[in-house]
Design a protein around this ligand. Structure first.
Ligand code: NI
Ligand code: MN
Length: 226
């Protein structure tokens, strides 16, 4: 599995010959809008953790370009289904075998309204199990004890955790989350996009390293392999 970072919580996953976009927020992100052309993105699926604008802004445009199926909670899936997009609704604790792997929609502690205030269901994260490794994408969340449930079912090889603080966990709680999920290889997300969530990169990496963990902070468009 190849994981490419596009800023905030936007990711591209390449799993075999399938392309998955997660939480596309590119045209509205000053850090990525000049570096990534959403018209170049390939997508068979678009996974949305919750309805906030910094996670769904470019979902419609990419779905229109690609015909991708939007996978999210019931309310978000229905929101896009009503607009004519292909959707797959899920809800917390449920898993589904897609043609790229098994996806579980797991708990996140956050909120999930659409930009116009419409109810966007409850926020979540995704645990994705594939032949090429397993990834946990936490979405926007506080540190929760529920994270301890994840390794009871799935050995996580890479976890994408928010580290920007203020709206989500910060670095210190993300280190505890890494303990809870029993995964020491963390890709940081949800930082630097706005003033509220700017972080000290070196300090964040040092704090993870002091606990024997690796914090990856990728450039926009940079990739890691699982
Ligand atoms: Ni959010
Ligand atoms: Mn967010």
């Amino acid at each position: 599995m190849k994981v490419t970072f596009y800023g905030q919580n936007s990711l591209a996953l390449e799993i075999g010959n399938k392309h998955i976009i997660v939480d596309p927020f590119i045209t509205g992100n000053d850090l990525s809008k000049d570096k990534v052309d959403i018209n170049d993105l390939k997508a068979d699926y678009i996974l949305l953790t919750h309805a906030h604008e910094d996670h769904v802004l470019d979902a419609e445009a990419i779905a229109k370009n690609t015909g991708a199926t939007i996978v999210s909670n019931y309310e978000i899936a229905n929101h896009y289904g009503d607009k004519g997009f292909e959707v797959h609704p899920m809800n917390h604790g449920g898993s589904w075998d897609f043609d790229f792997g098994r996806v579980k929609y797991v708990n996140a502690l956050h909120t999930s309204s659409f930009p116009d205030g419409k109810y966007g269901g409850q926020p979540g994260g995704f645990v994705i199990e594939t032949d090429g490794g397993n990834i946990y994408i936490a979405g926007d969340t506080a540190l929760t004890l529920d994270m301890k449930l994840i390794p009871m079912r799935t050995k996580i090889d890479l976890a994408v955790l928010p580290i920007g603080d203020n709206f989500t966990m910060g670095v210190d709680d993300a280190i505890l989350a890494s303990d809870f999920i029993e995964c020491d290889r963390i890709l940081g997300c949800h930082y630097d996009t706005f003033g509220y969530i700017e972080i000290d990169h070196d300090l964040a990496k040092k704090k993870f390293a002091n606990k024997g963990k690796e914090l990856l902070l990728l450039e926009i468009g940079e990739s890691v392999e699982l």
